[in-house]
Design a protein. Sequence first.
Lengths: 113, 117
Amino acid sequence: DVKVTQSSRYLVKRTGEKVFLECVQDMDHENMFWYRQDPGLGLRLIYFSYDVKMKEKGDIPEGYSVSREKKERFSLILESASTNQTSMYLCASSPSGRANEQFFGPGTRLTVL
Amino acid sequence: GESVGLHLPTLSVQEGDNSIINCAYSNSASDYFIWYKQESGKGPQFIIDIRSNMDKRQGQRVTVLLNKTVKHLSLQIAATQPGDSAVYFCAENERAYSGGGADGLTFGKGTHLIIQP
């Protein structure tokens, strides 16, 4: 089974802090994605990566950056956390050739105070 | 991508009945559609997908119907069980990406399926 793990299930940070959310997948997938999920808004794409060191902006990249130094790991960075970044963050991965069959991690619920 | 939405935010069905969850999309260029199930405290889980060149696809206890004329997608769950309680999302992409490349999916806002005993 594909396994996508996220470093924390719950995280509480203060406004202005730098926040790192880590995601690791164990199925050698080329593609990795970061979404945020908010009530009434569904899932929205922040950034994705189709290869090591490659990144592409999604629909809502403002206030975020990403890092993909290794194939299995995709990090989401909040340079200076703000209260409107309080959300559920979901990481996903998919194989090349079946990019839409995305496998999701359990999510990290981030609260910014 | 353009918005993908759902007709009803909550659907309540009796255990053993069939469930039908609907989804309307607006992007006529959408080529690939997928249904996800999200249980409480978990990430979304793939259920079934369909390409735009098909109008029906069946899985185990689930069927997805696609009507491109009216831009409508539905998920039918046969003999609904308590374990089917979850939020169901439809999602789409303009490309199937079957030959490489990638893009994020555009998700609808979700329907909460509630199973009555």
